[in-house]
Design a protein around this ligand. Structure first.
Ligand code: PLP
Length: 397
């Protein structure tokens, strides 16, 4: 992999025909150190956000040694690259064969569930193992989050008593987990969820050993205020301290986006301009799924040696495939004189961007390069632990 200082240098040097993924190892390292030093519990990286083995190893080296996996493919991936990693298989609906392989081949001991059927399945698949940590997934509100995770999984707190008691019988350690939805806009999301955890524990009357607050920690995107994660951690820790759990109970979280968003960006080329619409060479079937399907606005910048002197205007993007829905509304703010052949950097694609790329219509196989400059925005710019590294002179947006 070649190293360049930044996207502009790379575009000028290589004039890439295909989209190029830029990775910033220092940004992921900084995010990992933040969670390791500031979250008062264990962080499990949710690898669905970005399963790149390079990223997994970076996080591992900074002390994030636990991973949240959702499929046997993710179990195998982490087990291959980080054989000593602690894995939590947190998809509440799993194939029995996947549970069996995870337990017997890859030493997975942590599983989540939200139904009696799944509890029975886990018992069968592990031959009634007695060394399991089982986390019951509660359904909590996604009202404070940009992307809901409230309808597919989870049992309602007021209906969870039987399942919690039955799981207590089987589990060596009993946990309660939830997910407030991705990009939670306020710590209140976790405070509210903790209230539901409390009522579930009280009505079941069980001893709980693990509270897992899931993911949902936000990253920074244009048009939204900058977030500080410390108030999230403070609210979670305060809520945890108040819960009626065992003295030795552990607090866990499962960040995906917050650990990976700043890791990658993308360099694309403009292939056509039609008014305020730019046809670029990556899109909804590439790294820009969220820009197309949930109208996510990513930061953009025009890559020109000589800065444009025209004012910014709002553009929308079309991707390269022949599909009408390969369209990203934006608005993406770029200088008014953008033209065919220009390169654009699209930032903050490390989470749910590069990971969702497909090969549809023959697109999707560009190169990856390391860059050493700062991501377009960062949550971690002014933290003390970042000051230990030379690459950390960042302005927090
Ligand atoms: C997707 C997911 C995560 C990660 O969520 P983020 O919002 O990216 O932090 C964590 N846990 C589970 C169970 C998930 O499905």
């Amino acid at each position: 992999m070649h190293k360049h200082h930044n996207a502009l240098g790379l575009a000028a040097a290589l004039q890439p025909v295909l989209p190029v993924t830029l990775i910033r190892p220092h940004a992921a390292q900084r995010a990992a150190r933040f969670f390791v030093e500031k979250f008062q519990g264990s962080s499990f990286y949710a690898i669905k956000a970005n399963p790149s083995p390079d990223l997994l190893k970076l996080l591992w080296a900074e002390g994030v040694t636990n991973y949240d996996v959702a499929s046997i493919g993710e179990v195998r991936l982490v087990a291959t690259h980080l054989p000593e990693a602690k894995l939590a298989f947190m998809n509440p609906v799993k194939a029995e064969e996947a549970i069996r392989e995870a337990y017997f081949v890859h030493n997975v001991r942590i599983f989540s569930l939200d139904s009696m059927e799944e509890l029975e399945k886990i018992s069968r698949a592990t031959d009634n193992a007695t060394d399991l940590s089982l986390c019951v997934r509660l359904r909590v509100s996604s009202e404070y989050s940009e992307l809901s995770l409230a309808s597919k999984f989870g049992i309602e707190a007021d209906r969870a008593a039987d399942l919690l008691m039955a799981t207590r019988q089987v589990a060596d350690a009993l946990g309660i987990c939830f997910h407030v939805g991705s990009q939670a806009m306020t710590p209140k999301a976790y405070v509210k969820a903790m209230e539901q955890v409390r009522s579930a524990i009280v009505s079941a009357g069980v001893t709980v050993d693990i509270i897992d607050v899931g993911g949902g920690f936000p990253s920074c995107y244009p048009g939204r205020e900058a977030y500080d994660l410390q108030p999230y951690f403070d609210a979670i820790h305060a809520g945890f301290e108040e819960l009626p759990v065992s003295y030795s109970a552990e607090l866990w979280c499962e960040p995906g986006r917050a650990l990976s968003a700043e890791y990658s960006s993308l360099v694309v080329r403009v292939e056509r301009r039609r008014g305020d619409e730019l046809y670029i060479n990556d899109g909804a079937y590439g790294a820009l799924f969220d820009a197309a399907h949930v109208d996510w606005r990513f930061p953009v910048q025009l890559l020109r040696q000589q800065e444009s002197r025209t004012q910014d205007m709002a553009f929308s993007f079309y991707g390269p495939t022949c599909d009408d829905s390969d369209y990203m509304a934006g608005p993406f703010m770029l200088p008014a004189d953008v033209k065919v052949g220009d390169y654009i950097e699209i930032g903050m694609l490390g989470a749910y961007g590069c990971a969702m790329r497909t090969a549809f219509n023959g697109f999707g196989n560009g190169a990856t390069h390391i860059v050493t400059d700062e991501p377009m925005a960062t949550l971690y710019g002014d933290i003390e632990i970042a000051a230990k590294r030379p690459s950390s002179n960042v302005v927090k947006l």
